[in-house]
Design a protein around this ligand. Structure first.
Ligand code: NAD
Length: 451
């Protein structure tokens, strides 16, 4: 197994040596192939994802896995020429008439480790940015989504040579060996716990990593917020993929005096958005389902009020104590704790006392409060009066901070993530630098003292 992995890697390295700077048209053509593969095989993608989950909403698959990927490819193909252009850098007057440029250069072989929750899009989205930047890609899909893993392993060789885009299937052992390869960049999407191991493994090769991790993304409902509007957005974010979304709102903080109104609004939004099982999605497997059942059971045993509208709808857990697992761990499922706080300052203090989340959702139109949240909290992204949709804005960097990850991608940010921004200096034929070379003249010292 190990030899295979290494020989594929070496073949890709060799290809990079042969073609170190793919042209704009080669890159656009590769992106076109990614789009064709996704478009032509969309029925297979839907079927494979549904087989992996048991039950998963086809509409949500088309929204999040297929349409999202195609839009990102379209945007990147359109913008790429602009991103690839060398940028002029300004020159201090003392060094004129020299010139300087910043030129994005491909890194080489990029490793991508994908999770199971959006198993197509989170495998392909990093590849879009890596190809745009002129790299080749080696992908390790998640073993927890075996049908999509097999589909990727079948389709990618039909559209790409092994040197351009290869797929390595396997479990934890393969994943460990994969993360130990001396990639030019490694992007890992998964839990913070495994992210740490991946970073350690990459450190041995000084491989730079992008870690797209998770955590508990809070939703703060401020005093001025319309609870119905907030509830509709929160239920949308929590309901999507049955809560198995890295940026799903994990829990809600609301002023205690509005707790009842919030619960009512959430209950109504759940009834409206998830009236039956038609668009239902299951937990990825028995183990994960068991884990989610345990979270709920523990909260119930501790006397929490629970409002459950059915097995495939968000389930409200009212005011759980902070020592319960549902408040200590990322939920990644349909449980939605709703917690009363004294006021907005308490909500901010609550968020700041915990690891930086991947997304922070705040429901408020109060400009002063929006500014306070911008300046006094940390999170991968800060989203006002909505959930999830920042992910669909290709000009926004997507990534975490602290415990929720490092580095970001999507659009130009992804292009630059997978490029080396190389500084290039062009000296002129009549360089001013000869004036500062030894033997040093007295006036030079005077000039330097001037600062
Ligand atoms: P995970 O961390 O449990 O597993 C990810 C992969 O890591 C597995 O497929 C496995 O093959 C591999 N792995 C396991 N042990 C390893 C080791 N020692 N060395 C190297 N690789 C190893 O994550 P998951 O269950 O697939 O996904 C869920 C998590 O991913 C959640 O925490 C979620 O928030 C996060 N997530 C983040 C994003 C994002 O974009 N930031 C997107 C989706 C999911």
């Amino acid at each position: 197994m190990k030899r295979d992995l290494t020989s594929v890697f070496h073949a890709q390295q060799h290809a990079v040596e042969q073609a170190p700077y793919p042209s704009l048209s080669t890159r656009r053509e590769r992106l076109g192939r990614l789009a064709r593969m996704t478009k032509r095989h969309q029925h297979d993608i839907v079927r494979a994802i549904q087989a992996d989950f048991g039950k998963r909403s086809e509409t949500e698959i088309r929204l999040a896995e297929i349409s999202g990927v195609l839009q990102a490819i379209g945007y990147t193909r359109l913008q790429l020429w602009r991103w690839m252009r060398p940028r002029r850098a300004s020159m201090p007057w003392r060094l004129l008439p020299a010139k300087a440029h910043i030129v994005p250069q491909p890194l080489g072989v990029v490793g991508v480790m994908a999770p199971w929750n959006y198993p197509w899009s989170l495998a392909i989205m990093p590849a879009i940015d890596a190809f745009a930047a002129g790299n080749v890609v080696m992908l390790k899909p998640s073993e927890h989504a075996p049908h999509i893993s097999a589909l990727l392993a079948k389709l990618i060789p039909q559209y790409f040579t092994e040197e351009e885009f290869s797929v390595i299937e396997g479990g934890v052992e393969v994943a460990e060996a994969f993360s130990a390869l001396p990639f030019d960049h490694l992007l890992f999407t998964g839990s913070s716990q495994v992210g740490r191991r991946v970073a350690l493994s990459a450190a041995a090769n000084l491989t730079p990593v992008t870690l797209e991790l998770g955590g508990k993304s809070p939703a703060i409902v401020a005093a001025d917020a319309d609870v119905d509007r907030a509830a509709a957005a929160i239920v949308f974010g929590k309901g999507m993929n049955a809560g198995q979304t890295c940026i799903a709102p994990d829990y809600v903080l609301v002023e205690s005096r509005r707790l009842d109104a919030m619960i009512k609004a959430l209950t109504q939004a759940i009834a409206h958005q998830r009236p039956n099982d038609k668009d239902a999605t299951s937990a990825i497997n028995e183990r994960h389902q068991q884990h989610l059942d345990n979270l709920l059971e523990e909260a119930r045993d501790h006397g929490c009020r629970i409002i459950d509208a059915g097995p495939h709808a968000p389930v409200l857990i009212i005011d759980p104590t902070h020592d319960l697992a549902v408040m200590r761990e990322e939920i990644f499922g349909r449980c939605l704790p709703v917690i009363g706080v004294k006021n907005i300052d308490d909500a901010i203090a609550y968020v700041n006392a915990r690891p930086h989340p991947l997304a922070l959702y705040a429901f408020t139109d109060d400009k002063a409060l929006q500014l306070t949240l911008r300046q006094h909290t940390h999170s991968g992204a800060l989203v006002f009066n909505e959930t999830l949709l920042h992910h669909a804005v290709p000009s926004l960097p997507f990534g975490g901070v602290g415990e929720s990850g490092m580095g970001s991608y999507h659009g130009r940010h992804g292009f630059e993530r997978f490029s080396h921004l190389r500084g290039i200096f062009y000296q002129s034929k009549r360089p001013s630098s000869r004036l500062i070379r030894p033997p040093y003249r007295r006036w030079l010292m005077k000039l330097l003292r001037l600062g």
